[in-house]
Design a protein around this ligand. Sequence first.
Ligand SMILES: [Zn+2]
Length: 288
Amino acid sequence: MARPGAGKLGRNDPCYCGSGRKYKDCHLRQEEEWRSQQLRLRNAQDDLIKRIMNLAINADAGDLQTAFDRYWNGRYRFEQLAELNTWEGYGADRFMTWFAFDYRQADGHTLVSRLAATMDERDLTPLERQLLPNWIDIRLKPYRVERLHPNAGADIRNLLTDEELILADSHASLRLELGEVIVGHLVPVDTPLGRNTPNYYLAGPAAHLTPDTAEPLRTFANIHLVALRRERPQAGWSDLVRERSEIFNHFVLMLPTDKPDPERIERFVAETRQRLLGEEAEQNVEER
Ligand SMILES: [Zn+2]
């Protein structure tokens, strides 16, 4: 049953579903309820992210330190954390988001998955409880901005799987540029009426990279996937991001901050290939 275009149907017309009732007494009411529920979900998103960040700040110091070294690849010392917002474009906030969503602690849980597992003992609102289970598998990933919708968001493509998502973050979209690559955490939130897929929002800040980084970043990710498959032949993108998503920050960390430097990027990708794949350095990587 297809819903007719918005605005065509009067409140007192028979409902499009064929129930015989007036539209206002049938689907109009359901649609209004849906819309306000989705709006409330969108607001709950902010509170849930704040709650998660608060837990991250108060996490075990040993875990934070281990995670810090992995994420920054030894470039900085943990004592420098506070400076990284300036030195590395929201680096401290990006790290804390990665810690909460991606870093697995000794019991195998991330901070987000543990919060979801203990949801019933916690002081979460019903809407936060609704959002949280869908955030367990969210990890740091690279995306490319495919289309911009001014003041509404953007269509973005997962650089690893080519899957397209709608980033409905109007605030974030003001900072986006067509074709650029963003490396960040995209969380599903509300689902507009008539769509099967949710709108996504940015949890925490993202790193913004120039369009020329898309292809080398894909190649770089491929090299890591081939290396992972030497240990586990069945491994796919989801395994790579679950276990090694910090590599995307290592790529960001290597990029020059002043102007594009394609040779530097090429060299970094070649070194990664040599280091991880050794003698098979010339072999073409199969899966994109
Ligand atoms: Zn109806």
